[in-house]
Design a protein around this ligand. Sequence first.
Ligand code: MN
Length: 299
Amino acid sequence: MTEHATQQRRAVDRVVTAHRQTEGGGFVVRRPFPTAGLDNLDPFLLFDEMGPTEYAPGGAIGAPDHPHRGFETVTYLLDGAMEHRDSTGAHGVIRPGAVQWMTAGCGVVHSEMPTDQIQRDGGRVHGFQIWVNLRAADKMTPPRYQGFEADEFASRTLAGGGRLRVIAGDIDGVEGPVNTTSPVTYGHVTLAAGDRVDWDVPAGHTAFVHVFEGAANVNGTDAADGQLVLLSREEGTISVTATGHAEALLLAGEPLREPIARYGPFVMNSRQEIVTAFEDFEAGRLGTIPAAGSGVIRD
Ligand code: MN
């Protein structure tokens, strides 16, 4: 018996199977949401697994210049290298294990592309992009960019076996380095068969486990590669036990409980604010990306 065995466990609300979708310049993502049946998991607006894709030389594709307003984009890369440029002048290369947490706020134009080397030589690209909503009061804040290298994330062996990396928030006493705008927890677990992680999530927070390799049991419910297990918001522990080798992301966040008006790259609270976002973008008020070589080098 462990200390968690007698604690209440959150009930499983549903299991969502990611569907394949083409994004950006034509790359394939696995996307559990948004879909026609599931618009968001407040405060999370989108969850994309990019690849894993093995690109042939000359075949790599990304997302050329496009705008965002009203939320945050969080990119976590496992394989490959993505180059980012934006209208604030920021420029960086996201490498395996690194995270870019970008607060689009009032607006940014950015490009997210495999590096020139991967475009030329080909290679494997695998990662995640999650969109986190901003409160109405934070939607028009100036854009902000937080970049973290792989070695900035605490990684440790779990009592139940396996490895845990914490990107944001606190899991099992391990704290992530990201300064989030609203309370968000983001972890990555790598488990061998039988390994277990017990995750205590604050009551009321939305929480889900996304299995992206192997298979795991989440509070009594089996999930395979590409399946997301959404838990109820009651107080209680979430136990993830690998039924084979498994990798999973753990996500939780405080729901904002505000109206959501979304269209493409803009997420606001009202339809009029979406119209204004398009007008501002078309008038150039979200800026443009400076020419290569003139930006702030972060890599
Ligand atoms: Mn983007």
